[in-house]
Design a protein around this ligand. Structure first.
Ligand code: ZN
Ligand code: ZN
Length: 150
């Protein structure tokens, strides 16, 4: 089905280009004939080619462009897809971060992992290592920097 659509766009491009080219040829022929007719002081018999030619160029280019435009849109989607995936990754990472929330030891409220005090009861969620001063999670039993028992 996808291939079918692709074929359709290809046909649009070819048919559109052909109509535009035919219109251009007709317009040129009509224009040339008009020039000759003016010189020869006769009625420009191929004048109708000009009238038919210009709309053909316009319609043909429009058809061809609609074929091209589909490809441009497809290219844009291809460009956007990795960006969307990246955004999705960021959202997923953020959600994962939220999953590592710290439960308050006093009231059990879920605090953000970077919180120092509980947002609900004010209990300390971190403690300072007496040896090296590193801020440790209240769940840590030993300092992750110097190994001192907290
Ligand atoms: Zn609390
Ligand atoms: Zn320490």
């Amino acid at each position: 089905m996808n291939e079918n659509r692709f074929k359709k766009k290809k046909i649009l491009k070819i048919v559109g280009s052909l109509i535009a080219l035919a219109g251009l040829a007709a317009a040129i022929a009509g224009f040339a004939d008009m020039g000759i007719a003016v010189k020869e002081r006769r009625f420009p018999e191929l004048f109708f080619l000009l009238i038919v030619g210009f709309p053909c160029i316009a319609i043909g280019s429009m058809i061809a462009l609609s074929g091209f435009r589909a490809e441009i849109v497809k290219g844009t989607v291809k460009d956007i897809a990795p960006a969307l995936k990246e955004l999705n990754d960021v959202v997923t990472t953020t959600t994962e971060k939220e999953a590592t929330e710290i439960a308050c030891p006093r009231c059990g409220a879920l605090n953000r992992s970077d919180s120092v005090f509980c947002y609900k009861c004010g209990a300390a969620l971190c403690r300072e290592c007496p040896e090296c001063g590193k801020i440790a999670d209240f769940r840590d039993e030993y300092c992750t920097k110097c190994g001192k028992k907290l």
